[in-house]
Design a protein around this ligand. Structure first.
Ligand code: TEU
Ligand code: CA
Length: 559
């Protein structure tokens, strides 16, 4: 039986607090702004709100560099504001999931300030220090944010490891004292009433016993770190220990962000007997485009094909079905906007293709995540100049590939950045057509997308055919139809030959659903067989032309 836990029938709404709603006219979203929008989220029908990090942080990586795990960043408000948000959410029947970033901290965290004092400091082993090798870094590892993954520290004559920015030193999970400090922090938040955690790159926490060089792609100065640190030899031991010390004590919903996790890894992380996490974010379907040139990683502007997406998503559905639990997402704060990336943000097709993408995802087995603005079909920002971007990943990669590396010309790189930059997801939420889209009366920290006068919540709520009401219906159907939660997934036989059409089914003892998706802007013939006596439960067209499929048509039949 696969629908035995409440969060298997839940839908999560992800808020990037910095960009959601400003309440004190400083151009930065905050907790009181979120409080003022809880009714909107309730109206959509979501059950859980995932907040990106709101802790004290120097904001090198917009909060993923935490300097105090038990304090709220003053930009967002106070612990009292947080408690009010938590209480108001609970009054509305909404749960709050916090973002736990414990693979690394900020170098301004008191733990690191102690650790760097020297080899004898009691916090020294909270982080990963190694001696120089022949006068240089211990290994040839590269950081996710360009440059080396080791930083030399004059004060102590050693290097420390940072898989991300230099100011994000990796925590040493081999140290039981550090691990128990993390469990204490989790219990402290859970005791306040927090309902769950999204765990940042949690599958990177188990580092190898020995630090050795990785494979270098020709011409690359540093080795890709992920194959060397993802899904390490002790990661499941650590998560089981966390479960015993935290999740066994509170009814929490947990999702692990696990870049590089395979289906076999996910079967362990998100196993249904619940010894580790409830579910994971896997990255296969959001890594299919890009990689045209390994040296450029995700940076290019190739659109993914239906067959790539269909085989990836279907594989995860069939292989995890009945064994482990999936998350379902197109968007988050690290990914470009799905309607621009996988759909078509031309005004002619934006709404249709946004609804098509929502249908494809929300009828699959797993817990769906809706990222702020996805429910109104917000698009990529299409910023053309580098100065419009704030994300260090974007700024660093331009320097690495254009300025320093001279591997790509600036114009081409700006096209790739416009397609893949994380800032595409971080432009302010578009509430209405007033100044700054109603996000703030002050210059926002990041430019608003120029299409806000057309694409905004107020217009969406006034339009019965908007993406908002379509998403509201997707959520309502998931809450009402058990087959969406517990039905067996199957791709319609023969569909794997289709270039543009995806047809899958969900079946349980008493209901069968046919989900039919035209992923293209083409008008297509229907050539799969459909049983009679069916009814349409949702469609992004007003009528049902039985024998053809129109551009981006999505519909679901129930038998
Ligand atoms: O992201 C982890 C991660 O792998 C990202 O580098 C992501 O894969 C990449 O940006 C997409 O190309 C998490 C957080 O979600 C991200 O916001 C943080 O920057 C990162 O960890 C470090 O904490
Ligand atoms: Ca503010």
């Amino acid at each position: 039986q696969t629908d035995q836990y409440w969060w298997q029938n839940a839908v999560v709404y992800q808020i990037y607090p910095r960009s959601f709603q400003d309440s004190n006219d400083d151009g930065i979203g905050d907790l009181r702004g979120i409080i003022s929008r809880l009714d909107y989220i309730k109206k959509l029908g979501a059950d859980i709100i995932w907040l990106n990090p709101i802790y004290k942080s120097p904001n090198v990586d917009n909060g993923y560099d935490i300097s105090d795990y038990q304090a709220i960043h003053p930009d967002f408000g106070s612990l009292d504001d947080f408690q009010e948000l938590l209480d108001k959410a609970h009054e509305l029947g909404l749960k709050i999931m916090m973002d736990l970033v414990v693979n690394h901290s900020s170098d301004e965290n008191k733990w690191f300030e102690e650790s760097r004092k020297g080899p004898d400091n009691p916090y020294r082993d909270y982080y990963i220090w190694r001696d120089p090798v022949d006068g240089h870094a211990p290994t040839n590892w590269g950081s996710y944010f360009s440059g080396p993954a080791w930083q030399y520290d004059e004060q102590s004559g050693q290097y420390y490891l940072h898989l991300f920015a230099t100011k994000q030193p990796d925590l040493n999970w081999g140290n039981p004292k550090l691990r128990h400090s993390v469990y204490d922090i989790m219990n402290w938040w859970a005791d306040k009433g927090v309902d769950g955690f999204r765990m940042d790159v949690i599958n990177l926490i188990s580092k190898p016993e020995k630090y050795v060089d990785g494979e270098l792609n020709d011409g690359e100065p540093y080795a890709n770190v992920e194959p060397l640190v993802a899904n390490g030899h002790r990661v499941h031991e650590f998560l089981r220990e966390m479960h015993q010390n935290v999740m066994d004590k509170h009814d929490l919903v947990t999702v692990g962000e696990t870049p590089g996790a395979t289906i076999d890894d996910a079967k362990q992380y998100a196993n249904l007997s619940q010894t580790e996490l409830n579910m994971v974010f896997q990255f296969e379907h959001v890594s299919l485009d890009g990689n045209a040139n390994p040296a450029f990683g995700k940076w290019d502007d190739r659109h993914v094909t239906l067959s790539e997406i269909r085989s990836s998503l279907s594989n995860w559905q069939t292989k995890l079905g009945g064994k482990a639990w999936n998350s379902l997402y197109w968007n988050n704060h690290d990914q470009p906007r799905a309607v621009s990336r996988f759909g078509n943000d031309d005004p002619k097709y934006r709404v249709k293709s946004a609804k098509m993408l929502g249908t494809m995802l929300h009828f699959m087995q797993g817990t769906p995540y809706i990222y702020e603005g996805e429910e109104i079909g917000m698009t990529n920002a299409h910023f053309q100049s580098l100065s419009d971007y704030q994300d260090l990943e974007t700024i660093n990669i331009f320097k690495q590939l254009v300025t320093d590396g001279k591997l790509i010309d600036a114009e081409t790189m700006m096209k790739y950045i416009a397609f893949h930059s994380r800032d595409n997801a971080r432009t302010p939420m578009q509430w209405n057509d007033s100044q700054n889209a109603g996000f703030s009366t002050h210059q926002p920290w990041l430019k608003v997308n120029a299409n806000y006068p057309d694409i905004n919540v107020e217009n969406a709520l006034a339009d019965p055919d908007s993406v908002f009401y379509y998403y509201q219906k997707l959520i309502k159907l998931r809450h009402e139809l058990p087959v969406i939660t517990n039905g067996k997934f199957g791709v319609l036989p023969g569909n794997d030959q289709d270039q543009d059409v995806f047809v899958y089914t969900r079946k349980n003892n008493d209901t069968t659903l046919f989900i039919i998706i035209n992923f293209s802007d083409k008008q297509l013939e229907r050539h799969y067989e459909l049983p009679d006596a069916k009814k349409i439960i949702i469609s992004n067209y007003d009528d049902d032309k039985n024998d053809e499929l129109r551009p981006y048509e999505a519909k679901v039949y129930q038998f």
